[in-house]
Design a binder for this molecule. Sequence first.
Ligand code: PA5
Length: 460
Amino acid sequence: MANNKFIYDYTNLLSERIGKENGINLEDLNKIQDKIDDAFDTVFSNPTLEHKCVCENLDNVDLSKIKSLAKDIRGNFENFIVLGIGGSSLGSDALFTALSKSGYNLLPADKRNGPRFFVVDSIAPDIFIDLINNLDLTKTMFCVVSKSGKTTETMTQFFYTQKRCEELLGESWKEHFVVLTDETDNFLNNFALEHNLKVMYIPTLLGGRYSVLSAVGLLPAAVLGYDIDAIIAGAKSMLAQSQNRNVLENAPLLSAVLNYLNYQNGKKISILIPYTDKLNMFDDWYCQLWGESIGRDLDKDGNKLCGDARVGQTPIQVTGPSVQHSQFQLYLEGLDDKVITFIGVNNYATDDNLPKNLDKLFGEHVTDGRTFGDLLGIERMASTEALVQYSKPSETILIDHIDEEGMGKLFMFFMLKMMFSGALLGINPFGQPAVESIKKGVANMLKGQEVFQSRNKIEL
Ligand code: PA5
């Protein structure tokens, strides 16, 4: 395996850098050693079945089966469309955005390393139906992803495309669908079995937002020609690194602990800023992982948490350097309620020298030996330094380059950080009871439940 170095740098969270008010004194970690031990044990020594499943999935996922199905799809289709939403779509979108060439779908077939790829997590008709209208359905494979097998948006997309394909292709519509779902008595699974569709199963205990390293993320990745062994190898090396009780040698645990101390110190907002647009969808994936796992009004034992005892750190998705020109004013001079995680990249797959004319603007030789990637690094460091000047906390993850191994490490880092954080906060980071209540609400309204008519409004 190529060695894509991953560095977790927490210097700018410490009081010696940003002062006592917002900074952390590492000696304070001793005061919460029991909590740190408990977080480690919750994930590794005494895990719930869900914790175990996230880690064991890396050994259990059937890569050969995924590769064999992917090979078949790559040889037979020009378009590959993921139909799914939330945890069932964000992971594959994050991998595609990170690992594909810019403008990938516009490239001719011989310049692409697989079919054109779209993730449709929308039922907005002027997006979804427009896309379907513009595809040659005879050359399109749909990958329907729904763990529960009954999510309204995904099932609507599925049955719409299924009908369109059936009208066009007759019985052979069945060759244009692969279904990823739970191996239970759910609507989608039953429908798929009844119609002899290709099916791959998602482990029952692996929740949507933790499922990217199963067929949910890996089948699309393999169809696109990515090295899924390297994705899993990257994730496994992160998992191995995190099985160390010494918090100062365990990056996901340390990041969780420092974030927990920041949260206790009023940092109720977590902002993830990658310095590359290639990680935008990864950032969306992170926001779902964080928001859905951490927003809780019950503790891990099921006791109701009221008022300020409720748990929730709001995740925000932005990208550098554009965020410097939009929200940084707020981050620097606004409320002391944010902690920022930067992701920096050392080497970009495509890069070039900075244009020489910049020397006229900034001074002689400033561009000597410098590339666009170097400028991005300087932009990121200028932002972290500005935060230090304003005594605001930030941490930085640095990876050598964006590749399969690096993505595996990033996904696993944040899933482990999430699971450790759940334990530190005393909540269960699995399940999403409140989201389920909206799913039920949609179903009830579809079935005719009366809709509340608002009266307090201004019509123009
Ligand atoms: O993380 C989650 O569990 C959710 O975001 C789900 O993935 C999302 O609601 C879609 O659910 P399903 O995969 O059951 O269609």
